[in-house]
Every structure is written in structure tokens, then in C-alpha cells.
Ligand binder design. Structure first.
Ligand code: R5P
Length: 311
């Protein structure tokens, strides 16, 4: 296995790459990622990969375009170096939210980026909690889209949540909230949200009972923090006693950390698909072992869904 399975990491999340490497007992293949004087990205794979089953660990988190370009160039370099198969391990898929023409004259960026990854030479994609499952269809290669809800439910299973309600901060998160609530045996509520602009949202009303309960907001992505801070305020106004929140992907764009630290949310749990900023309010849910186990299963052609026996 060690000869044929190779792990390559870009600069997006070196700590996660190390976590995966430690669990598999396979060293990361030496790669130089740098810059040419004009700012172009340079890549040099320092070891042979001929005939290898190579997994590139590179979430396309901010700076999104730089990390995406690294992923594409590493894939191209590996393909031209005769790697047998290349799997793009993109635990957080940036551009995923632009997945349809919601108005005229906008791109479907999630599809374009998928085309670029496939065209560069990726033969498989491994990701976690795409905002919409259908995005898998944008890739004309096999996609393993691991679900975030068992991970988040697992985090809360260790805590006493008797009087809690799982809350979707918008209608789009309702299915995810339902899945987590069912695993925890808790009721759900849904916040009705309207997005004024990419960095401004308004939480309008709540569907469900939250009065006298601890509210746990769950979502796939925390970006500017606007969605949950607005939802948290509305939940308190509607009688919730304490607010908690959990996310699969913590983008923490702009002044999100400041916003969250000043918010009434007591604790935020987030996985490390993206490097997590330091904050006394944040708990990290590591996903390196899950990704490592999945990589092993892909390499040995074993079922990935068997890892989630209750689904
Ligand atoms: C989309 O609706 C997503 O599920 C998130 O709710 C959203 O992307 C979060 O963005 P922000 O933190 O900027 O409100």
C-alpha cells in the first residue's frame, strides 16, 4: 500500500494533511509550492509518482483562487508524471454555492470549477458536505461526498442536550437539521431568512417551538457569520435560553470572528476542513481520521457508505 498510495498536499490546510498522513502512516510526498516573480504559482513534485494512486489534499478555501490554482497545477503535474490515478481530496469545495443561474447573466461557477478539476486530470473527487448533493453531477468522474450531519450529531451526542432544539438558520438547512435532530432525538425549528446581499441577511421568523429551550443552530457553511448571528438574535427574542452553533465548513470571512465573539452564541463547533482560527468560543471537530479511512477504502476499492451504517 505504502508504495502505491501517495499523499500530496497543497498549502491550503497543512495541519489536516498531516492528520491524514499520521493516521495512514504514509509520509506526504515532497512538493514545492511557490511563486514565480510575476505571481504565477509554481509546482514541483520532488518524488516519482509513476504508477501511483495519488490523493491531493487541498480544500479550496480562501484565498480560493490561489488554492484552486495550486490544485489544478498539482493535478496536471501528477498526470504528466504518469500517476496511475489522481483523486482530488477537496474537503471544502469553494465556489460550490454558485450552483445555478438564480438571475440572468451569472455563471454557474460550481460547474465550471468541476470541469477544470476533471480536465486537469482528476479521476475521482472526495469531498465533504457539498451544499447541494446534486453538485456531484457537475463532475463526470466518481464523487464521494461524505455527509456532515453524522459528524455534527456525533459531537453533540457526548453532551447533555435534553431540553434542546436543533435549528436550521434558513430553509435550505432544514434537511440537514432534520437529519441531525433525528440522530439526537430532538425537535427541530427553522428560521426564515432573507439575503439582502452576499454579506447581509435578515432573519424574519421562526417555524417551530424554541421558547424555554437551548437552541443549536446547524448549517453547512459559516461564511460572514451574518446568517447565524441574525438567527441567534431572533431565537433569543423568541424565548430560547441559550444559543449554540455547529458547522461543517468554517470560512470565517471578513470580520466573522469579531461578529461571533460579540454575539450571544455561547459555543461554535466547526470541523477542520478549513484551518480554524483561534477563539475561546470555537471547538474544533477533527475530520482527518474520517478522510484517512475514506482514502484507504477508495484505494482498496472498499465500500465508503459502509462507514455510515445508519444511513
Ligand atoms: C447558504 O445559505 C448557506 O447554507 C449558509 O447559510 C450561508 O452560506 C452562510 O453565510 P453567512 O455566514 O455569510 O451568512
Amino acid at each position: 500500500m505504502q508504495d502505491l498510495l501517495k499523499l500530496v498536499a497543497g498549502s491550503a490546510n497543512p495541519a489536516l494533511a498531516q492528520e491524514i498522513s499520521r493516521h495512514l502512516g504514509i509520509k506526504l510526498t515532497a512538493v514545492d509550492v511557490g511563486r514565480f516573480p510575476d505571481g504565477e504559482t509554481s509546482i514541483y513534485i520532488r518524488e516519482t509518482v509513476r504508477g501511483a494512486d495519488v490523493f491531493i489534499i487541498q480544500p479550496t478555501c480562501p484565498p480560493v483562487n490561489d488554492h484552486l490554482m495550486e490544485l489544478l497545477l498539482m493535478t496536471d503535474a501528477l498526470k504528466r508524471a504518469s500517476a496511475e490515478r489522481i483523486t482530488a481530496v477537496v474537503p471544502y469545495y469553494g465556489y460550490a454555492r454558485q450552483d445555478r443561474k438564480h438571475i440572468g447573466r451569472v455563471p454557474i461557477s460550481a460547474k465550471l470549477v468541476a470541469n477544470m478539476i476533471v480536465r486537469a486530470g482528476a479521476g475521482r473527487m472526495l469531498t465533504l458536505d457539498l451544499p447541494a448533493g446534486q453538485i456531484q453531477g457537475f463532475f463526470d468522474i466518481p464523487v464521494d461526498n461524505l455527509r456532515g450531519d453524522p459528524i455534527i450529531a456525533g459531537y453533540y451526542q457526548k453532551q447533555n442536550l435534553e431540553d434542546a432544539v436543533i435549528v436550521a438558520p434558513d430553509v435550505g438547512a432544514a434537511k440537514r437539521a432534520r437529519a441531525i435532530a433525528e440522530r439526537l432525538g430532538l425537535p427541530i425549528a427553522i428560521v426564515e431568512k432573507s439575503r439582502v446581499s452576499p454579506d447581509e441577511v435578515r432573519a424574519l421568523s421562526i417555524i417551530g417551538e424554541v421558547k424555554g429551550k437551548r437552541a443549536v443552530l446547524v448549517d453547512d457553511i459559516l461564511s460572514t457569520g451574518g446568517t447565524i448571528t441574525q438567527a441567534a438574535k431572533l431565537l433569543l427574542d423568541c424565548g430560547a435560553t441559550e444559543i449554540y452553533a455547529a458547522f461543517t465548513h468554517g470560512v470565517f470571512a471578513g470580520d466573522a470572528i469579531k461578529k461571533l465573539e460579540e454575539s450571544p452564541i455561547r459555543k461554535i463547533a466547526v470541523t477542520n476542513t478549513i484551518p480554524v482560527p483561534q477563539s475561546p468560543k470555537i471547538d474544533v471537530i477533527p475530520v482527518g481520521v474520517l478522510l484517512a479511512e475514506t482514502i484507504k477504502r477508495i484505494h482498496y476499492n472498499k465500500s465508503v457508505s459502509e462507514m455510515f451504517p445508519h444511513d
